[in-house]
Write a protein that binds this ligand. Structure first.
Ligand SMILES: Nc1ncnc2c1ncn2[C@@H]1O[C@H](COP(=O)(O)OP(=O)(O)O)[C@@H](O)[C@H]1O
Ligand SMILES: [Mg+2]
Length: 434
């Protein structure tokens, strides 16, 4: 595909020839779709190195285009196909208006949205409280979760191991712990971010108050704001590698987006009926293992905020954290906490999505006895494997790293005693609670 037209355009962007790239893109859009594109803008997206996207106008209308050259044609056919699955099931999902599935020239054209992403609305609320806007945001979240639960109930069905394993959602969880294609553990991001394969290279983890190597850190149990957690950090990765292996998630499947974190969600601030809709369903499917379907949305919309995961520099000026080693414990004290609007989003998801889903699974005999471990381990993978949380490695610093690993531990481990935001969440969704 080296000489495909999308590959050429990408090469021009990489080489800094933006005029050359937009000229070629205009010719491609004319040729493939008969569009007379003007005002082409290429977006700089530091998060998607393999993706190229941007805006243009044609016939007086604004459009958004995207292509993912290096992921190959399968990935792009994937998105078009996955949009269709979700739309048919009744999810509010953006559909492309033009699609090219030509080998090497996979392009999707969407109408350009002017609404904000829900992630940006909520970030603004993190920085400057606005009770009226927060109320509309929570109302929109509640409406979406009611709809998602109805779709889950309608599409829930038994799945076998091969069906469970074929879903792309595992790319967000298990496949980040192993080397592909063999699936050897440890591997993937776990090794590139935190540890060696068989030995522990000298990556250090700096927290305010103490610096540790992985071998030491991974064996420690965390105590966060006085709550003592049962499982050491390294053991949670080991357990996730086993329990979240794709075949082990056989049981119940449903139609889901799978990666509906709020940077893939639009906020429609209609007076009286604020609502949300989804886009970018790269990991969607018809047989998404039921316990994984909303994990990304649950973690990334709530526990990743305020600020610590995506704005670690700002987090370090707003929050404090201290860490101290005491024997086999890492004792962390931090003033990071969920603000009310984030807690309200979690409550909405617990009450309107998770609780009815788990009841339904239990009623149909499809809820595994260890569902709490599955949900906890999947939540744990969200922050630890999306970005390197080691201070100095990428964007994180000692404060955000201490907060981040503490939040990850709250997700992955039961406390020995006491409660926290995750124990309250799990208690709220437990179908055995009547
Ligand atoms: N229809 C659209 N109109 C305007 N901007 C869009 C549209 N779709 C996506 N975007 C913007 O482009 C970004 C990347 O698009 P997305 O589809 O999420 O691709 P990926 O996450 O795979 O790179 C989004 O976060 C959003 O800011
Ligand atoms: Mg996206």
């Amino acid at each position: 595909m080296a000489d495909s037209r999308t590959a050429e355009i990408r090469a021009l962007v990489k080489a800094g020839d933006r005029d050359g790239a937009t000229g070629r893109l205009a010719a491609l859009l004319a040729d493939l779709f008969g569009l007379a594109a003007s005002d082409i803008v290429l977006n700089d997206d530091r998060y998607s190195l393999n993706s190229l996207n941007g805006f243009f106008s044609a016939g007086g209308e604004p459009f958004f285009f995207k292509f993912h050259q290096e992921e190959g044609e399968e990935a792009m056919r994937g998105e078009y196909y996955r949009v269709d699955i979700l739309a048919k099931a009744g999810l509010p999902i953006d559909r492309p208006v033009h699609v090219s599935a030509e080998p090497g020239e996979q392009i999707l054209i969407y109408r350009r949205r002017s609404e904000p992403r829900f992630a940006d609305v909520l970030r603004a609320l993190d920085l400057a409280p606005d009770a009226a806007l927060a109320a509309r945001a929570v109302a929109a979240e509640r409406a979406l979760n009611g709809r998602l639960a109805a779709i889950a109930a309608r599409t829930l069905h038994p799945i076998d191991a091969a069906t469970a394993a074929a879903e792309p959602i595992h790319r967000l969880f298990h496949q980040r712990l192993v080397d592909l294609p063999a699936g050897t553990y440890p591997g993937g991001r776990l090794v590139s971010f935190y540890r060696g394969k068989t030995s522990y290279p000298d990556k250090t983890f700096a927290f305010p108050g103490v610096t540790l190597d992985w071998e030491t850190l991974s064996a420690l149990r965390f105590v966060v704001n006085g709550v003592d957690y049962a499982t050491p950090l390294g053991a949670m990765f080991d357990e996730a590698a086993t329990r979240l292996s794709p075949e082990r998630l056989a049981g119940a499947g449903l139609v889901a987006h799978g990666d509906a974190h709020n940077a893939n969600v639009w906020f429609h601030d209609d007076p009286g009926a604020p609502s949300l809709s989804l886009f970018d369903p790269a990991f969607a499917g018809e047989d998404v293992p039921a316990l994984l379907a909303e994990v990304k949305a649950t973690f990334h919309n709530v526990l990743a905020h305020p600020l610590w995961l995506y704005d670690p520099d700002v987090a370090a000026t707003r929050f404090t954290a201290r860490a101290e080693r005491r024997g086999d414990r890492l004792v962390v004290e931090t003033d990071w906490a969920l603000p009310a609007h984030r807690q309200a989003l979690l409550d909405a998801k617990a009450e309107l999505y998770w609780r009815p889903l788990l009841r339904d699974l239990a009623a149909r005999g499809l809820l595994p006895a260890d569902w709490r471990r599955v949900v906890r381990l999947a939540l744990f993978c969200c922050p630890t494997l999306v970005m390197n949380l080691r201070a100095g490695a990428d964007r994180h610093n000692p404060v955000s790293s201490a907060i981040g690993l503490s939040v990850a531990v709250m997700c992955g481990s039961e406390p020995v005693a006491g409660e926290d935001v995750v124990t309250r969440f799990l208690a709220a969704i437990d179908p055995a609670r009547g």
